[in-house]
Design a protein around this ligand. Structure first.
Ligand SMILES: NC(=O)c1ccc[n+]([C@@H]2O[C@H](COP(=O)([O-])OP(=O)(O)OC[C@H]3O[C@@H](n4cnc5c(N)ncnc54)[C@H](OP(=O)(O)O)[C@@H]3O)[C@@H](O)[C@H]2O)c1
Length: 336
């Protein structure tokens, strides 16, 4: 009998059809927007995946991936984390949240998800002898950044860097693609409102396609030279937020007047939005947008890859909103 999926695959006559040596990979945070794309990419490459989630029923789209195991788990619990890491060749750490709440210099939620969780991952990886770790951070993460989100992301990187693992870090700019919480949000707002009061209209972004981010992460698994490296990931073009919103309006045929808020009003809008259920924006988001979310090194991707233009990808999914909106409405109705 075979002890692991990997042994089974190595013995199988299908083994040769895969381009890379298959590995057992745990993706922590692999059930989200980027993680789902990465899971699909790594499954295509022939790897065996373990995908923990807090609510299995929300990630049914991953259940059909043939070599993936979706497991309902609490990754913050060291015992459960230890069980998840057992038998894995690599760990991809990509839990991220945008609302950190209060109660800590970073916000208690940021401290837990972006710093304490990487600390637990490092400890469990060391104990299990799993050396290879890939971590998804965020562009402009820095100890002195203006937002708790970016400071906590920097602290999480540091924790992993100090653990002596075979570590690669990715720092993407904002990510676009079907199901994103970026261009899709503006599309929804433009459809719902007669005009759009826009906070931080001059904030700068260099959006990158979700498939490009996933492809870079997948490539790093086969690139020993990526160990010890930190890669910034950006798309080919830089935009202001105002330009992006205008672009979305044009694509979906819902051009609306944009009321560009001053800096003071942007802050007040963010403050007010914290009291709206789901907090669509927070002051911490406002602070993050004080830094240009663009790559210092231009738009080159690692491993010889070229980034894909937003204009090539976004129109197709922005003009096909119905399926996702229906799914979201049904899920909400079912309380999931
Ligand atoms: N999307 C972007 O534009 C962007 C830009 C730069 C960097 N990033 C970084 O890329 C990573 C992936 O982002 P994403 O957009 O794919 O995020 P996402 O769609 O919100 O997915 C978040 C993932 O983290 C898990 N998660 C969230 N809160 C958690 C918690 N408190 N405890 C345990 N697990 C939790 C979710 O698992 P469940 O299934 O349990 O909900 C899910 O797998 C994050 O680290 C993010 O900071 C994203």
């Amino acid at each position: 009998m075979f002890d692991t999926c990997l042994e089974f695959l190595r013995a199988s006559k299908n083994f040769k059809k895969f381009r890379v040596t298959p590995q057992n990979i745990l993706i922590i945070g692999g059930s989200g927007f980027l993680g789902s794309q990465l899971a699909w990419q790594l499954t295509k490459d022939g790897h065996f995946l373990r995908l923990p989630t807090r609510r299995r029923e929300r990630v049914k789209h991953l259940l059909t991936l043939p070599t993936s195991e979706v497991i309902e788990a609490n990754v913050h619990d060291p015992t459960q984390l230890e069980a998840l890491v057992a038998g894995q060749d690599a760990i991809i750490s990509m839990v991220g949240i945008l609302r950190g709440g209060t109660g800590h210099p970073y916000g208690a939620g940021f401290a837990r998800a972006h710093v304490e969780l990487p600390r637990k991952i490092a400890a469990v990886a060391q104990a299990a002898g799993v050396r290879r770790v890939i971590h998804v951070s965020a562009l402009k993460a820095a100890a002195d950044a203006p937002s708790g989100y970016l400071r906590s992301k920097a602290a999480g990187e540091k924790v992993l860097q100090e653990a002596g693992l075979d570590l690669t870090i990715f720092r993407p700019s904002v990510i676009f693609g079907p199901g994103d919480q970026f261009l899709n949000v503006f599309a929804s707002l433009l459809k719902a409102l007669p005009f759009l009061p826009l906070a931080c209209p001059n904030a700068r972004f260099q959006p990158i396609w979700v498939e490009d981010v996933a492809a870079c992460i997948a490539s790093s698994l086969t690139q020993p030279g990526s160990i010890g490296q930190t890669y910034e990931l950006c798309g080919p073009s830089r935009y202001t937020l105002r330009h992006l919103v205008n672009y979305v309006g044009k694509v979906i045929g819902e051009r609306r007047p944009i009321l560009a808020l001053t800096d003071r009003l942007s802050y007040l809008q963010a403050l007010a939005a914290e009291f709206v259920p789901g907090a669509p924006m927070t002051r911490d988001n406002y602070y993050s947008m004080q830094l240009p979310n663009v790559c210092e090194t231009g738009c080159g991707l690692p491993f010889g890859r070229t980034s894909t233009a937003m204009e090539v990808i976004a129109p197709a999914y922005l003009t096909d909103q119905r399926g996702r909106a229906d799914n979201d409405a049904l899920r909400k109705k079912a309380g999931r």
